[in-house]
Design a protein around this ligand. Structure first.
Ligand code: TYM
Length: 325
C-alpha cells in the first residue's frame, strides 16, 4: 500500500465538498500506511475564536471517525500535538521561495479583500508541505483546490533533496473520479466552501435531513429543462456529480434516468440519495461526539504513532541541513 497523508482544517463544519473530495476517500481502502490530520495550525492563519477552534477540532475528528476511519487501522491525529510539523515548516520556509508562494491561487483568493493578512496565511503552503513530507507520503487524496499546494510540495522536496541529499519522498495529489470540485448550490460558478458560501449553498454533514432536502430542492438550475452534464449546464452538472459521488454511478448514466423528466425529479431523488448515503455517518457522529473523553484518547494515541514517524524524518532533515543543535 502506498503511504498516504491528507489533512482538513477545523475552521468550520465539514460540508459535502469536503466529504466527496476527501473524507469519503479516506474511509475507503484503509491501511496502517494512511495518516490523516486535523490541521489546527493551518486554521489559525485566519483569526479564530479559541474556544470555537478547540471545539471544532474535536468535532471534525468525530466526523472523521463517524465517516468510518478506523483508529485501529489508520492514524488520525491533531496537527498541533506533533510539534515536528511546525519545526519542519520552518526549515522548508528556508527552501521555498517567495516567487513560488506568490503563484498560489488559494492565497490570492483568501487574502483578497482582507484588510490585514497574516504572514501565516502566506506561508501556509510551506506548512502543508511539511505535513506531507514528514510521513514520506506518496499519495495525497485531496480535492482539486489542493492540487497546486501538492505540486509545490513536490517542487520543494525535490529542491531539498538535490541541495541536501535524499531526504523526502516526492508526493503526488490523487483526485476523486467525480466531485473533485463540488460547487456551491446557489452559485455553481464557485466551489462549495466553509468560508465563502452562503448557508443555502452548502450542505453540511451536520445538517438534518429536512434541511438537506430543502437546500437541494432550492439549488439553482440552468436554462432549459434537459438533465445532462455539460459545460453549458454548470448547475445540473454539479448536481449530477454529487449524485454520482454518493451512488458510485456515472453522471451520464444517472442523467439517462431523467430523459424526458425535469429538474424537480432529479433534485427529489438526489436529496433522498444524499440523505441515505450520509445517514449512517450522521447517526454515528452523535454517538461519538457524546464521549469526548474517548475521542481525546484516540487522538492522543494517533499523535503518538504519527510522531514516531515524523520525528525520524525531521531528524534526517535537520542533520542533512547541517543544524547542530
Ligand atoms: P480544507 O480544509 O479546505 O479542505 C479539506 C479537503 O476537502 C477538499 N475540498 C473539496 N473537495 C471537493 N469540492 C469542494 N468544494 C471542496 N472543498 C474542499 C479539499 O481539497 C481538501 O482535500 N490546505 C488544506 C488542508 C491541509 C492538507 C495538508 C491537505 C493541510 N495540510 C496536507 C493535504 C495534505 C485545506 O485547507 O483543506
Amino acid at each position: 500500500m502506498a503511504r498516504r497523508f491528507s489533512g482538513m482544517q477545523p475552521s468550520g463544519e465539514p460540508h459535502l465538498g469536503n466529504y466527496v473530495g476527501a473524507i469519503a476517500r479516506w474511509a475507503q481502502d484503509q491501511s496502517p500506511d494512511h495518516v490523516y490530520c486535523v490541521v489546527d495550525l493551518h486554521a489559525i492563519t485566519v483569526p479564530q475564536d479559541p474556544a470555537a477552534l478547540r471545539a471544532q477540532t474535536l468535532e471534525l475528528a468525530a466526523w472523521l471517525y463517524a465517516a468510518g476511519l478506523d483508529p485501529d487501522v489508520v492514524t488520525l491525529f491533531v496537527q498541533s500535538a506533533v510539534h515536528e510539523h511546525a519545526e519542519l515548516g520552518w526549515i522548508l520556509q528556508c527552501v521555498a521561495t517567495m516567487g513560488e508562494l506568490n503563484r498560489m491561487t488559494q492565497f490570492k483568493d483568501k487574502s483578497a479583500g482582507r484588510g490585514s493578512v497574516l504572514v501565516g496565511l502566506y506561508t501556509y503552503p510551506v506548512l502543508q508541505a511539511a505535513d506531507i513530507l514528514l510521513y514520506q507520503t506518496e499519495e495525497v487524496p485531496v480535492g482539486e483546490d489542493q492540487r497546486q499546494h501538492v505540486e509545490l510540495t513536490r517542487d520543494v522536496a525535490q529542491r531539498f533533496n538535490s541541495r541536501f541529499g535524499e531526504t523526502f519522498v516526492l508526493p503526488k495529489a490523487t483526485l476523486p473520479p467525480v466531485g473533485a470540485r463540488i460547487m456551491d448550490l446557489q452559485q455553481p460558478d464557485r466551489k462549495m466552501s466553509k468560508s465563502t458560501s452562503t448557508p443555502a449553498g452548502v450542505i453540511l454533514l451536520g445538517d438534518d435531513e429536512a434541511t438537506t432536502r430543502r437546500k437541494i430542492m432550492r439549488a439553482v438550475t440552468d436554462s432549459g429543462s434537459e438533465v445532462r452534464p455539460g459545460p453549458d449546464k454548470p448547475a445540473v452538472t454539479n448536481l449530477l456529480d454529487v449524485f454520482a459521488a454518493v451512488t458510485g454511478r456515472s453522471p451520464v448514466d444517472i442523467a439517462a434516468d431523467y430523459d424526458g423528466r425535469g429538474y424537480g425529479d432529479l433534485k427529489r431523488d438526489l436529496a433522498e440519495a444524499v440523505n441515505a448515503h450520509l445517514r449512517p455517518t450522521r447517526t454515528r457522529y452523535a454517538e461519538i461526539a457524546a464521549d469526548p473523553g474517548a475521542l481525546r484518547e484516540q487522538l492522543r494515541k494517533g499523535a503518538g504513532r504519527a510522531q514516531s514517524v515524523a520525528a525520524e524524518t525531521l531528524d534526517r532533515a535537520r542533520r542533512n541541513v547541517g543544524l547542530a543543535g
